[in-house]
Structures are given as structure tokens and as C-alpha cells.
Design a protein around this ligand. Structure first.
Ligand code: HEC
Length: 148
């Protein structure tokens, strides 16, 4: 009897927390400081970035269905906020020349080490899993992009 009651309490709790939904509106993208129009990377690089990084590191997040389900949604939103704070393609175009080159070279390290994209993300997003070839292509581009 006791466990049955516990299950009802848990279910009630899970239902109740669904009332607290996350904000899924994306902040506007300003083309004057957006990475793609300013830096104009090659198309294959953009394909990799958009499928493996943009959901967290830009204002162009595509929210999956489970972003409607608390508490997963809270955890997801927290990740996105933190990711944008550290590294944001939607504002990366404000940096130029050597400064931009340095930011990209630094960022290439977490790609090379396999830290990014996060495993928790590639688990649910198979298209974001980078092949060894894609990874080294991206790392190489990030290191060379600021040289000219
Ligand atoms: C699921 C969301 C997610 C995805 C996808 C993702 N990141 Fe991140 N990224 C984060 C979070 C969260 C942080 C901040 C906390 C941390 O360092 O783990 C972060 C941190 C970073 C940092 C800063 C590291 C530092 O030490 O300051 C860089 C650079 C970065 N990511 C690059 C990328 C690149 C490039 C991609 C795509 C190849 C990518 N990330 C994909 C969530 C993500």
C-alpha cells in the first residue's frame, strides 16, 4: 500500500512541475555581428557547425520535443544558457583579425579533445556525431581561419 501511495505522489509531482516551462524564444540574430555573414566560412564548415554546435552556441537553437518535458527541459535550458555565455556564434562576428583567430584557435582545442560537441547531445542527435575526418577538418579550419 505504501509504495502505491509513493508512486501517486511522484506522479503528481511530475505533473505539477510541467507547469514550469522554459523560455524557448531565441534572441534575435544580428547579421552585423553574426558569425556566418561576417566571417563567411566555407559551406562544409557551416554544415558541421550548424549540426554539431548551433543548438547550444547560437541564437538559432532548435528545441527538441523533450524540451517540453520538465525536468529535462530545465537541464537543457541551463546548458544552452551556459554554452551561449562561453561561446556564441551569433555574436562572434564582433571580433576581428587576430582576436577572432585566437578565439577560434582556442575553441579548436575542445573540438580536438572531443569535449565538444557534448556527449549528452550527440547521444540524442546522431547527425552531430563528428567523424574523425570532420573533426580534423573543423579543427584545421578553426586554426587557419584567422591567418589572412
Ligand atoms: C549540448 C550543448 C552543446 C553543444 C552541442 C556544444 N557545446 Fe560547447 N559548450 C556547452 C556548454 C554547456 C559549455 C560550457 C561548459 C563547459 O565548458 O562544459 C560549452 C563550452 C564550449 C566552449 C568554451 C570552452 C571553455 O573552456 O571556455 C567552446 C569553445 C565550445 N563549447 C565549442 C563548441 C563547439 C565548437 C561545438 C560544436 C562542435 C560545441 N561547443 C557544441 C554546450 C555545448
Amino acid at each position: 500500500m505504501r509504495t502505491k501511495k509513493g508512486i501517486w505522489i511522484l506522479l503528481g509531482f511530475l505533473l505539477l512541475i510541467q507547469l514550469i516551462q522554459i523560455d524557448k524564444s531565441n534572441p534575435p540574430v544580428d547579421p552585423a555581428v553574426d558569425f556566418e555573414p561576417v566571417v563567411q566560412p566555407p559551406e562544409d564548415i557551416m554544415v558541421i557547425l550548424k549540426s554539431a554546435c548551433y543548438d547550444c552556441h547560437s541564437n538559432e537553437t532548435r528545441y527538441p520535443w523533450y524540451s517540453n518535458v520538465a525536468p529535462v527541459s530545465w537541464w537543457l535550458k541551463h546548458h544552452i544558457n551556459e554554452a551561449r555565455e562561453h561561446f556564441d556564434f551569433s555574436s562572434l562576428g564582433q571580433f576581428k583579425g587576430a582576436q577572432l583567430a585566437e578565439i577560434l584557435a582556442d575553441a579548436s582545442e575542445v573540438v580536438e579533445s572531443g569535449e565538444m560537441p557534448l556527449n549528452s547531445y550527440t547521444w540524442m542527435h546522431p547527425q552531430a556525431r563528428l567523424s574523425a575526418e570532420q573533426r580534423s577538418r573543423l579543427v584545421q579550419w578553426m586554426r587557419e581561419s584567422g591567418e589572412d
